[in-house]
Design a protein around this ligand. Structure first.
Ligand SMILES: Nc1ncnc2c1ncn2[C@@H]1O[C@H](COP(=O)(O)OP(=O)(O)OP(=O)(O)O)[C@@H](O)[C@H]1O
Ligand SMILES: [Mg+2]
Length: 462
């Protein structure tokens, strides 16, 4: 079992190699930090080896930074959550570098302060309607006289699968293995150790516009952080809100954010289709601002407090006070008028998502239905409306499976941020920090966090 899990890690981490090849110096940092482990292993202390993982969700509405400690048994404790409003993005794409850099800094500073540790290299979410994805296949002859499949064969077949011609302005963000086929035996998840002559890989390839990816890199690095990996946002979110059992029997994830609605479909444990639609909660807010002739910030407040996607889910005759624009007097409007503005836009977004699902050919394989997450999933009545539109069961998705700052992080707004932590656990080897804890007492741990933070700075510059 342990060997099987190790093999799976090896296979999945191929996905990571494609981005760490960028030569941004993170490998050196990892090695120096590993040196730090032996430096700190003194006998009189009980040593706790912890991974510090940081995820940054660069959303259209907010930038969220999550810092987590992961221990030897893979228990996740979220120790820092920082949120900063984001106004440098449009439909998931950076349009104002400086504003985005400042928002990232604010979110990360807040998370670091809360955690009492430095963020370290970060996993960053990427979305936007420039994202395209497709399935591909590679075939190689198994090398070696004994025909036993080794990691080198996996690398070669993955390289063959990713050898697709792309326009010069697009780059590959992920090559995610779906299944391997050894001779005539299909649906193999971990082929290392199998015997065969011919090895095939079916993969899901996610591509993005080179400039959009570069701008995200640039913003994060200008904020003083090192990017370890860019991760497709719905892929990250899926780690936080979907169960393995759902992915096995087939499930669709829809992350309704501020500027984009992200889709990821899973079947037989693997990702099958991803798409990003350039519409989200911000469009609903703008419709309300225009329809009720009120400033956008007021429209946002009204949406959160009184908004509903279905007329039956609200007291429709209740009067809502609406501030006027440009100093005009406030008016009272019945709640049904607000619902009549919201409902068509939500229907439009969900219908586009449904079309995308139908286009994927996986519509009939989503036996666990749809999981709706992201801030937009908190709109009253949206689950019921989605069930009508998709004609299948729909549930709300909230990030699960961690301890620590549960009250702050367990919200659909942080599905991507928390998902980035889980993604990193599955795909990367992050820095380990050994906390020397004599007593298990929180004060000692707090002091040691600072001690380790300073020690890491020193080690980095040795
Ligand atoms: N209680 C609520 N009711 C309705 N909508 C809400 C509520 N809370 C938040 N939202 C909406 O959720 C959206 C923000 O969600 P989220 O934080 O997931 O987006 P984001 O990650 O910043 O954006 P994106 O993923 O599109 O880049 C906003 O449009 C906001 O209005
Ligand atoms: Mg988002």
């Amino acid at each position: 079992m342990v060997t099987a899990m190790k093999k799976r890690e090896d296979v999945e981490s191929l996905d990571l190699f494609s981005m760490t090849d960028k030569g941004n110096g993170t490998q050196r940092r990892e090695r120096t930090l590993e040196k730090g482990i032996s430096f700190s292993s003194k006998k009189k202390y009980r040593s706790i080896t912890q991974k510090i993982i940081t995820g940054i969700d660069i959303g259209t509405s907010k930038i969220g930074a999550i810092i987590a400690e992961v221990d030897d048994t893979n228990d996740v404790k979220i120790v820092g959550v920082g949120v900063s409003p984001s106004d440098g993005l449009r439909r998931g794409v950076v349009v104002n570098l400086e504003k985005t850099v400042q928002s990232i800094k604010r979110a990360v500073d807040e998370a670091q302060l809360m955690a009492g540790i430095e963020a370290g290299p970060v996993y960053v979410g990427i979305a936007g309607d420039h994202i395209h994805s497709f399935n591909s296949r590679g075939v190689v002859a198994v090398s070696g006289p004994d025909h036993e499949i080794k990691m080198t064969d996996i690398r070669r077949v993955m390289d063959a699968a990713r050898a697709v011609s792309l326009p010069i302005d697009r780059e590959i963000l992920h090559v995610i293995p779906q299944e391997f086929i050894v001779d005539d035996q299909d649906n193999i998840k971990e082929p290392v150790g199998f015997s065969g002559v011919r090895l095939e890989a079916e993969v899901h390839i996610v591509t993005g516009a080179v400039t959009s990816a570069q701008n995200i890199y640039r913003c994060v690095e200008r904020a003083g952080l090192k990017v370890r990996h860019l991760v497709l946002e719905p892929l990250a979110s899926s780690y936080a809100v979907l169960g393995e059992d759902e992915k096995e029997i087939g499930v669709g994830l829809i992350d309704l954010g501020g500027g984009t609605t992200d889709i990821a479909l899973f079947f037989e444990g693997s990702i099958r289709h991803t798409a990003v639609i350039g519409l989200g909660g911000r469009n609903i807010t703008n419709d309300i601002a225009q329809g009720l002739r009120t400033p956008v910030d007021q429209a946002e407040k009204i949406k959160r407090k009184f908004g509903a996607a279905l007329s039956k889910s609200a007291d429709q005759n209740q009067l809502i006070e609406v501030q006027g624009v440009g100093g005009r007097a406030a008016t009272n409007v019945p709640r049904r008028y607000l619902t009549s503005i919201i409902q068509p836009r939500v229907e439009e977004i969900l219908t586009l998502a449904k079309r995308e699902i139908q286009r994927s050919d996986y519509r009939d394989f989503l036996n666990a239905g749809i999981v709706l997450t992201g801030g937009g999933s908190m709109l009253g009545g949206i689950i019921e409306l989605a069930e009508q539109i998709f004609d299948m069961p729909v549930k709300g998705g909230i990030p699960q499976g961690f301890a620590g700052l549960v009250g702050l992080a367990r919200t659909p707004i942080h599905s991507t941020g928390v998902g980035l932590i889980y993604y990193a656990m599955h795909h990367g080897s992050d820095e380990f920090v050994t906390i020397e804890d004599e007593s298990g007492n929180d004060e000692v741990r707090f002091f040691n966090k600072y001690f380790n933070m300073v020690k890491r700075w020193v080690m980095e510059y040795l």
